[in-house]
Write a protein that binds this ligand. Structure first.
Ligand SMILES: N[C@@H](CCC(=O)N[C@@H](CS)C(=O)NCC(=O)O)C(=O)O
Length: 231
């Protein structure tokens, strides 16, 4: 199995977390999408030029982080951890939570991030306010669920947690969610998990550099230090 990825890419990180949870053997191939030639070559593998891409042992090419994780969960179904529960209701909830993270939290994060790169008089437009409202609705829902759960789907680490880890870590650069206490405690647990720690350590350098090169530079925010976060 080959994984084409970028260390700082949140969607790549979702898949890497799943691979480490499954203790799967794979060949990592880091792709530099900022290099025009590398981009051109990678387009032969993934027409959308997005990371991650998994090439299976049979040579099938899989796009989309969730689909790759679903494949890994079925392929390595004998391992102790099921990233998508076997129970139908639990599985559907895990998938629903992942969608909420992708659609409302990640989109909200992207809208707030884009806003930081605008002149102040251009910031806070209607679309950004709307995206922030949806983001906060999703965070409220997750916070309520986490009142009596260890992980998002319950007591087992799942696909939803693979999605939440990078999304919530990067969200802190542009939105301080410390007032959601259950969520904050959950993120603390999440970031201590060995698979997540490993992925974040490997991605930190590339992300730090990318953020420092922005027009209006940003920085990764540790969970327990509150500096320079604009809400
Ligand atoms: N829906 C895709 C999203 C993948 C994605 O957006 N990847 C980003 C990095 S996090 C990317 O490759 N961006 C490069 C580009 O758009 O040129 C998935 O779930 O895998």
């Amino acid at each position: 199995m080959k994984l084409y990825y970028a260390p700082a890419s949140s969607y790549s990180q979702r898949v890497l977390i799943a691979l480490y949870e499954k203790e799967a053997n794979f060949t990592p191939i880091s792709v530099n999408l900022f290099d025009p030639q590398a981009r051109e070559e990678y387009m032969q593998i993934n027409f959308f030029t997005k990371v991650p891409t998994l090439v299976t042992e049979k040579g099938n090419v899989l796009f989309e982080a969730n689909i790759i994780i679903e494949y890994l969960d079925q392929k390595f179904h004998n391992t102790s951890s099921r990233l998508i529960p076997l129970d139908t209701e639990e599985a559907i909830e895990v998938r629903m939570l992942e969608r909420m993270i992708d659609v409302y939290i990640n989109n909200g994060r992207e809208a707030l991030f884009a806003d930081t790169q605008r002149q102040s008089e251009e910031q806070g437009k209607k679309e950004v306010i709307k995206a922030k409202r949806l983001l906060e609705t999703a965070l409220t829902m997750l916070d309520e669920k986490l009142a009596n759960r260890t992980w998002l789907g319950g007591e087992e680490f799942s696909l939803a947690d693979c999605a939440a880890a990078p999304t919530l870590a990067y969200l802190r650069m542009v939105y301080n969610y410390k007032h959601f206490s259950n969520l904050t405690n959950y993120v603390r647990r999440l970031e201590k998990r060995p698979s997540v720690k490993r992925v974040f350590n490997d991605g930190r350098e590339q992300m730090t550099q990318m953020l420092s090169e922005l027009k209006y530079p940003l920085a990764l925010q540790p969970l327990d230090v509150e500096v320079g976060v604009r809400n």
